[in-house]
Design a protein around this ligand. Structure first.
Ligand SMILES: [Fe+2]
Length: 407
């Protein structure tokens, strides 16, 4: 049985199934493990972990632990209540129409990030000439139909993670900034910050960056250098505004002061850096990595909601969820009718009832004729169906991307 316990009840001999926190803040544990040493226990406390899930079938029990299913239901209820009525901006063009343009913008952005990162790797001076045009192009696409790029960043390729992650963070920050009603200049700076925020990672050896197993303390220390190194590179480059500089240096800070590199806490962390921290973790935990399978977007949002008290600005996290939706475009969902579909559009009235293009029957295990189901319109929009779960494409051996932007 899985139980959630506060860390002060954690004892040697317990089997730690999951640490409640993103694994970038404590990447020495990327998998479940039996807690055997006092050293590991001390590391967990040091990393600012406040709670863990233990598996009582594989290790010692704790009578005061809370059933994981119960906790999950509570988080979900809380989340749904917080987001039940969220206005959604009307779309300017259809997803199918925007998708082709978005693909070009995405690959152009990817190329620019790769170029900059390779220059850092080679110790060359970087050029930021192409950054602003790419951010402009991303902003344009987001304004027309943010679902196209948000759907595209759902495609995660673990080999290209570092580059694609920068493009994703840029896109999500632009969409997030827009949804908060920030000024165009601020949104552009957020986008630039997203594109350059991880440049310092190119100073970390590949063998550490892509190490599948547990990192040593020394290796983790190397990773923790990247915000400071990135900041120094940008300062040296010159011409970078204060917002991208701040995002680069502070996207791993945490509200409780347990982040890095400056251990800023609470209000000492700027709004831009708080936004970047949310977007950065969201993209990281939904991506496949060499050491971790990415989780579905909805699951990631649920987890972040659970950790938000210590890690993130709760109000901003709520706003981010309103922006991408509880079921972001590109999510694979299973409906009560047994059909699988991909989310293609958020609904104006409720984030719980998006438009879904169904294409597979879990009952027959076969593809069905694709059709749009508008879950907000039970009578006339595709039947009284509802989402019962999010699914991984691997489980059903399907490719939701194929059905995302059909004309
Ligand atoms: Fe980072």
């Amino acid at each position: 049985m899985l139980k959630k316990i506060p860390v002060d009840r954690l004892r040697l001999g317990m089997y730690v199934q999951e640490l409640c926190g993103d694994w970038m803040s404590h990447p020495f544990w990327r998998k479940s493990f039996l807690l055997r040493s006092e050293g590991d226990l001390a590391r967990i406390l040091d990393a600012g972990i406040h709670a863990v899930y233990i598996d009582t079938a594989k290790g010692l029990d704790d009578v005061e632990g809370r059933d994981a299913v119960e906790v999950r239901e509570e988080v979900e209820r809380d989340l749904v209540a917080a987001l039940a009525s969220a206005p959604v901006e009307p779309l300017k063009v259809s997803l199918a129409e925007e998708m082709e343009r978005a693909k070009k913008v995405h690959s152009q952005a990817d190329k620019v990030v790769r170029g900059m990162m390779q220059d850092v790797r080679l110790g060359k001076a970087i050029s930021l000439d192409d950054v602003e045009p790419v951010v402009e192009a991303i902003t344009g696409s987001v304004l027309r139909n943010s679902g196209a790029l948000i759907g595209l960043i759902g495609i995660k390729n673990k080999d290209d993670y570092t580059f694609l992650h920068s493009v994703s963070v840029c896109t999500l920050l632009v969409a997030f900034g827009r949804s908060l009603g920030l000024e165009a200049a601020m949104v552009r700076e957020l986008g630039v910050g997203g594109l350059v925020h991880d440049l310092g990672k190119m100073k970390v050896p590949d063998s550490v960056l892509n190490k599948p197993g547990r990192l040593t303390d020394e290796e983790f220390a190397l990773i923790r250098r990247h915000p400071g190194d990135g900041h120094a590179i940008l300062l040296e480059t010159g011409g970078v505004g204060p917002i991208p500089l701040d995002i680069t240096r502070h996207h791993h800070e945490r509200l409780d002061g347990k982040g890095y590199p400056d251990q800023l806490a609470g209000d000492a962390i700027s709004k831009a850096a708080r936004m970047a921290a949310i977007v950065d973790v969201y993209d990281a935990i939904t991506a496949d990595r060499c050491y971790h399978k990415g989780m579905p977007a909805t699951e990631a949002l649920r987890k972040m909601w659970e950790w938000s008290q210590f890690h993130f600005d709760h109000v901003l996290l709520q706003a981010f969820m309103r922006c991408v939706g509880i079921y972001p475009v590109g999510s694979l969902v299973r409906l009560e009718s047994g059909r699988l579909g991909v989310v293609v559009e958020q609904c104006d009235e409720s984030l719980l009832t998006p438009k879904v293009r169904v294409f597979f029957s879990t009952r027959s295990g076969a593809h069905i004729r694709p059709e749009i189901v508008d879950l907000s319109r039970p009578f006339g929009g595709g039947g009284a169906d509802k989402i019962v779960s999010t699914e991984t494409p691997e489980r059903w051996k399907v490719d939701p991307q194929r059905f995302l932007a059909m004309a």
